[in-house]
Each structure stands twice: as C-alpha cells, then as structure tokens.
Write a protein that binds this ligand. Structure first.
Ligand SMILES: Cc1ncc(COP(=O)(O)O)c(C=O)c1O
Length: 490
C-alpha cells in the first residue's frame, strides 16, 4: 500500500510514571494543542505509526487517542490521505484567530532594554502599494521569465554536492569571474574576481562596509538629501551619519570638510544621485578622492542604477579614478533584473578582502549558491546583455512619456530633475508645498510617490515627489499623471 504523507505533531511530553494512561495523556496533549491554536483546522497530523515511533511507545495507545479525537470531532480521517485537524472547527471563532503565544506565563516582566533609536518608525504608505510610479521597481512584466525558469530548472536538477554544503563567504566563484569582466568593461571598475563579494543586495554591502571600516560612533558623510536605506544600514552598523548637502555637482565636499572634517568615510551615489539624480562632476570626484587620501578616509560608492542612461555615454565610476584603494564599490541586480533576487556585489580593495571575508563569515557565513549559479548562466549566455538593451529602450520611452505628461499637466508649476539616468525622476514642487501629505493622499488613490522631504535627515527638506517610471507602462503614464494632478489640486 502506498504510504500516506506525514504531517508534524506538537511537542507532547508523556510521563510513564503518571497513573494517567498513555492514550489519555496523548489525547489531552492533542486536544490542548488544537484548542490553543498550535494545531490549526485542516493541518495534517503525523500517522499513528510515525507518532508511535517518535514517542517510542506501542501503536495501540496512539490509535486509541486518535479514535477518541475523531469521535469527538477534533480530528478527521480521510481515507488514503491521512489524519487532519477537523476543518469544521474553522467556523468556530476560537479556532479562527492567530495561534496564542506560548503559555510560558510571564508574571512580572523585568527590564527589557533594546538599545538604539527611540524614534517611532515613520509610516511610509507610498511603499505599500504597487501602483504607478513605485520607486525602485523595475518593469517586472518585461523580465524574461521563461529563459530564467529554464536556467533555474537546469541548475536545480543538477545541484552538485559541493553546492549543497558550506561555501565561500565571498560567493560563487564563476559568477564573480563574470562580474569582474562585466564591471571592468562597462563600469571602468578594474578589479579581479578575488575582490568581488556577492551580497544580499547592496543593502548588505552597506551594512558590511559600516561594520568593517568604522568603529562605533565614527562620523560618516551621507548625502543630503540621500537614500534613507543607506542611512539606516550604516547607522545600524555603528556609523554616526553626518548629512552633507548636494548641489548640481553632487556632494558638496567643501561643506563636508568645513562642518565635519573628522569623518572617517563618505557614502555617495555619484553616477545618479539618489534621489535628486544629478551626476557628480569630475572636479567634485577628484576633490572627494583628495580629501579621502589626506584624511585616511573611505569612500563607499553606491552605483545602484547607472546601467540606464539616456542622453550620453555611461559615466565612469568613481572607483575608476581612485589610485589609492580608498573606494569600495557596490552595485545591485535589483533594478536591472528584480529586487527579490537579492543579489548585489561589493568590490573590495585587495588588502581588505581577508577582513571583509572574516566579518561576512560571522554574519551569515556565505550567500546561497543556487541563484548565483543561475545568474552566472544568465550573464554568460548573453541573456543579461539582451535584457539590458531591451530595457534601455523601454525605459527611455517611459521616461520621455512621463516628462512630456508632467510638462503638459503642470506647466511651469513644477520642475523635473534627475531624469538623465536610472528609472526614477524628481518633480520639484513650490517651496510651500506639503509633499508628505500629497504622497499620503496619492497612496490612498493607488499612486506610489515618495515625498522628497522624507529623504532628508535634517528637518527642512525641499518639497518634491520622487516618481519611478520602471513599473509603469507608457500607455498608463498620462492618466496616472492626471490623477496625480488631481491629488495635488485636492
Ligand atoms: C540608492 C540605492 N541604493 C541601494 C539600494 C538597495 O538595493 P538592493 O535591493 O540591492 O539592496 C536602493 C534600492 O532602492 C537604492 O535606491
């Protein structure tokens, strides 16, 4: 006979010294687990044979206990399928809610301190929806899922043993080889595969940089306005963020030197400043590198979306100008492929690799290899280059339709900035506009725009709206802009 699949049972402690018979202890244990929600209606139970084996008792008390549970309607037995917690219990309110927390009763709670920031987390309703203009979201409907699925299936079918055991903290070597080639050619990031660490998105790269390069409390320049995710990751890693304003040339290095000369590091997005979108000028890049050299400081370059540029050749990386091994360069596949992939990379100066490897090993040991191997095949098979070329023209069209629609609907009331690269732009609003309220109202109408003021660490942020055009089809954009206009008017 075909064996029925088994479910898992709750922890039941049987005590052979008790006068209460075994089947009764078992019955009580299961009944209690059903009543307190540890076992949910419809949940599969272990077979009587497995349970008897697990508990190291004979099968008879187990069968007796289960018969009783079935007779009383707690458990149902389906021929050929096994035993389940009775689905009829779903209709009873007491079984409908969440499982109750452990019954290990807390009588008097002592101090339960969590060190850190006491500010309540800011509500961000604009990140909840997936409506038009959701920032940081690529055009998922354009992703070549069939090719990807084929590559995943191939790798999953022939999973070698060495990929099932512990691996290298730096990541899957063939992917790092492919990336070293790609970065050297396309981003002027000349590096070897040994310098590349595969990370779980650039967010992890930032956290690692904070932990490795800074002592707790060390000051770090962050762009103002800037990427809140970087602020969070670096602060969590112990950095003391110091906001330095950006202007049309990018980070204002002179102001950073004047106001916080002792900073040990700087975080920048020179290819496409987040969120304002300017490109850091060559003079500023050299000034930043010069400051870092003189101060013995580090620079973390976040190159998160510069694969997409619309009016000129891609700008070379800051890393490519560095002659003193001061720049750590991070990039991600979140925008070019999809964010749930959670694959990014960090290029580490060669003499720091051992230290980064050690710290990564202590954090999460190493990145899971399956998707890295698939990504390697995607790059080497030419699918990535093809996808990128296709997406460049799709995003260029979306961007152009968006800019035209904004100009048509808003005229001179607003100014568009940062649309020369990436997959988002900024609509700068008049100084008295309340961008936060507008973004909350827009979110209620299904439009996801980020208030520019939320990207400022300081209190007086310039009002504006950050609009992503990655996920919004060109045909939907004009109507979405009209709806946004009516939100603004409201
Ligand atoms: C400027 C910037 N850096 C880093 C990230 C994080 O990307 P990842 O998904 O690779 O962690 C984002 C995501 O939106 C971003 O906008």
């Amino acid at each position: 006979m075909k064996r029925r699949p088994d479910g898992l049972g709750p922890i039941i402690v049987l005590d052979r010294r008790l006068a209460k018979p075994m089947h009764r202890q078992l019955y009580d244990g299961y009944r209690e687990a059903i009543l307190d929600g540890r076992l949910r209606p419809g949940q599969r139970l272990p077979s009587t044979r497995t349970l008897a084996e697990d508990l190291q008792i004979s099968r008879i008390p187990v069968v007796t206990a289960f018969d009783q549970l079935v007779a009383e309607g707690y458990v149902e037995s389906r021929v050929g399928a096994g035993s389940f917690v009775s689905r009829a219990l779903r209709d009873h309110a007491r079984f409908g809610g969440e499982p109750k927390p452990s019954t290990g009763v807390v009588r008097r709670a002592g101090l339960r301190r969590v060190p850190g920031d006491k500010r309540p987390a800011m509500a961000t309703p604009w990140l909840d929806g997936s409506g038009p203009f959701r920032v940081s979201q690529p055009a998922l409907e354009q992703f070549p899922t069939e090719v990807w699925a084929r590559l995943v299936a191939r790798r999953a079918r022939s999973l070698p043993r060495r990929q099932m055991t512990y691996g290298d903290a730096m990541g899957f070597a063939p992917l790092r080889e492919a990336l070293a080639e790609y970065l050297g050619t396309v981003r002027s990031v000349k590096c070897t595969a040994e310098q590349i660490m595969i990370v779980s998105g650039s967010q992890q790269a930032l956290a690692l940089c904070g932990r490795t390069l800074l002592a707790p409390g060390d000051a770090m320049w962050l762009e103002e306005p800037g990427y809140p995710g970087a602020r969070d990751a670096l602060t969590l890693a112990g950095a003391r963020p110091f906001p330095v304003p950006v202007d049309d040339d990018g980070l204002d290095v002179a102001t950073g030197i004047a106001r916080c000369p002792t900073a040990r590091a700087a975080y920048v997005t020179p290819s496409h400043q987040y969120p304002l979108g300017m490109i850091m000028s060559a003079a500023r890049r050299l000034k930043l590198l010069d400051w870092a050299r003189r101060r013995g400081a580090w620079i973390v370059e976040d190159d998160y979306d510069s694969e997409y540029r619309y009016d000129a050749q891609p700008i070379a990386s800051l890393y490519g100008l560095d002659t003193d091994r001061r720049v750590l360069y991070t990039g991600t596949f979140s925008k070019v492929l999809f964010p749930a992939l959670r694959v990014g990379y960090l290029v580490i100066p060669v003499d720091l690799v051992a230290r980064f490897r050690q710290i990564r090993d202590a954090m999460d040991i190493f990145p899971a290899p399956l998707y890295q191997a698939v990504l390697h095949d995607f790059l080497r098979g030419g699918h990535f280059a093809r996808h990128l070329r296709r997406m460049r023209s799709i995003y260029a069209k979306r961007r152009q339709v968006l800019v035209t629609a904004i100009e048509r609907e808003f005229g001179d009331d607003v100014r568009v900035a940062g649309d020369r690269a990436g997959i988002h732009l900024v609509v700068l609003l008049p100084p008295d506009a309340r961008d936060h309220d507008i973004a909350v109202r827009a979110a209620r109408r299904g439009i996801s725009v980020i208030p520019l003021s939320s990207c400022y660490a300081g209190p007086r942020g310039r009002p504006g709206l950050v609009l992503g055009y990655g996920p919004t089809r060109a045909t939907e954009i004009p109507d979405a802009v009209r709806r946004l206009k009516s939100v603004l008017r409201g």
